[in-house]
Ligand binder design. Structure first.
Ligand code: ZN
Ligand code: ZN
Length: 355
């Protein structure tokens, strides 16, 4: 309800008469409805949830602020009829979600309306999290912290990356997580240099760096954390790089605050790695927003000069250094931006662990 009220204020400001929300993540955010088929039609006065007979009961229960309408097989016709009654002349659509095929079909059904293609205004709202949203993310991260402690106890040479991922998932699901935020990254040895090395059948061997990047979903909200641990022993070079990545992260965590741009936030870590001659091996941005989706606005990266951090944003701080075919190291925490700094939601230890 709170989200719908905020959206209406935004629509009024942007002079949008009616908005069609088709992205299921935005549908859930605004209405609470989590079915896989449904869209929202929102005007200043009305809020409809259009779905089919499979979801009518669920929709009524989950989305009390919306009038549930049966599409009866033709959602576009329904949209036209409802808007005809509401007497609006234009309809905004989520250009970053609606397919060309659906856009064409909608246009054919709503000839009397002007369609306005725009990036979804809902995404703008989703950047700032409410207390309830932050609580859900913090809960998901608390479980993730517990899972990391559990993994540290059982990881050893000879285990496959997949076995580690499965252990994490069992652990988290058993404690009530709705699922994993994404397919867990367990990348060991030379694979640790792949920033997104999803768990494989590779076995851990002594000397491996192991990047563990994972999170879970609680009440529809994701967590995201990375730790890098070592198998058996750690080389001097691995330790050096680990300390460098940790120093870069610490600097960013100490200084990240509202008012900085996404580029300035990124530089807090990148400059430290630059001084140590490692910036060329830090090939991605420092972080990203986290919420209903694992990657959402805002971004912290050299390309995010126009993004300004605001209180209530939840972002990751994840510097990484990757040496192709050798090893990689990444350390990732998740923080809430506050008026005078940030609050870290991640509590897993960061000292160098050998398993
Ligand atoms: Zn991550
Ligand atoms: Zn991340």
């Amino acid at each position: 309800m709170e989200h719908l009220t905020k959206l209406r204020q935004l629509l009024q400001k942007e002079k949008i008469e009616a908005l069609l929300v088709t992205n299921p993540v935005n549908v859930a955010y605004l209405s609470g409805f989590t079915g896989t088929a449904g869209m929202l039609l929102i005007t200043e006065q009305d809020a409809w949830l259009l779905t089919d007979f499979r979801y009518l009961e669920q929709a009524e229960a989950q989305a009390p602020a919306f009038t549930v309408t049966d599409t009866a097989g033709d959602g576009w016709k329904q949209v036209t009829q409802l808007l005809g009654r509401a007497a609006v002349s234009s309809l905004a659509v989520e250009a970053d979600h609606l397919t060309v095929k659906d856009f064409t079909a909608l246009g054919a059904a709503c000839r009397a309306l002007t369609l306005r293609e725009m990036e979804s205004p809902v995404k703008v709202l989703r950047r700032i999290k409410s207390k309830a949203e932050i609580d859900a993310i913090a809960k998901a991260q608390a479980l993730t912290d517990e899972a990391f402690a559990h993994l540290l106890k059982l990881m050893k040479a000879g285990m496959t990356e997949t076995e580690i991922a499965l252990e994490a998932e069992f652990f988290l699901r058993r404690r009530g997580a709705g699922g994993m935020s994404f397919a867990m990254i367990v990348a060991s040895g030379a694979r640790s240099a792949l920033p997104h090395g999803v768990a494989s059948q590779k076995k851990l061997v002594p000397g491996d760096a192991v990047v563990l990047d994972f999170g879970c979903v609680v009440d529809g909200y994701c967590s995201d954390m990375t730790r890098t641990v070592f198998v058996g022993d750690v080389s001097d070079r691995q330790r050096q790089v680990y300390d460098a990545v940790l120093a870069a992260q610490k600097n960013a965590l100490e200084q990240l605050r509202a008012g900085l741009s996404g580029r300035e936030g990124d530089a807090l870590a990148r400059d430290v790695l630059q001084e140590l001659g490692l910036a060329d091996y830090f090939g991605h941005g420092l972080g990203h927003g986290v919420g209903r989706e694992i990657h959402e606005a805002p971004r912290l990266s050299p390309a995010a000069g126009d993004v300004i951090l605001e209180p209530g944003m939840v972002v990751t701080v994840e510097p990484g250094v990757y040496f192709t075919a050798e090893f990689g190291i990444r350390i990732e925490d998740m923080v809430v931006i506050t008026a005078d700094g940030n609050r870290n939601l991640t509590h897993s230890p960061k000292e160098l662990f050998c398993v």
